[in-house]
Design a protein around this ligand. Structure first.
Ligand SMILES: [Zn+2]
Length: 132
């Protein structure tokens, strides 16, 4: 995964896209994230190979979280995003407070801090950002 500098940019300063390290079934072509050892679409046991899961995708559903573990700053948004290859992924949404989130809106994959651990370290993860 490509790290980017800010919590709101969908790509790094060089314009490289952020993608998810998933897998693809060599037998039927179905993609998955996170990776898995066998294909739940066709049942193949040994056909999985690494694949990039890239955006943009479409927002399927979302929720604003107001009560969370202490490591997360509330409120924050999470949502399911349908990515190309029929891959539905749950992740935090950044930039959700810049305008309304609507089902079907285009979402980009980014990378950002999502929580601060008790020891002061920052947890980073892939995130989704509305393409406005
Ligand atoms: Zn398959």
């Amino acid at each position: 995964m490509t790290a980017i500098e800010t919590s709101t940019a969908p790509a790094d300063a060089a314009g490289r896209k952020t993608w998810l390290a998933g897998c693809e079934c060599g037998a039927c072509g179905r993609k998955f994230f996170p990776k898995r050892g066998f294909c739940t679409e066709c049942g193949s046991q040994d056909a999985m190979r690494d694949a990039r899961i890239e955006g943009p995708g479409k927002l399927y559903s979302h929720s604003i979280i107001h009560i969370a573990p202490k490591t997360f700053k509330v409120p924050y948004a999470v949502g399911y995003v349908d990515l190309p290859g029929d891959v539905r992924v749950l992740g935090q949404i950044v930039g959700w407070d810049d305008g309304p989130l609507e089902q079907g809106m285009e979402m980009q994959i980014g990378y950002a801090p999502i929580a601060e651990e008790p020891d002061g370290s920052v947890r980073e993860s892939f995130v989704f950002q509305p393409k406005r």
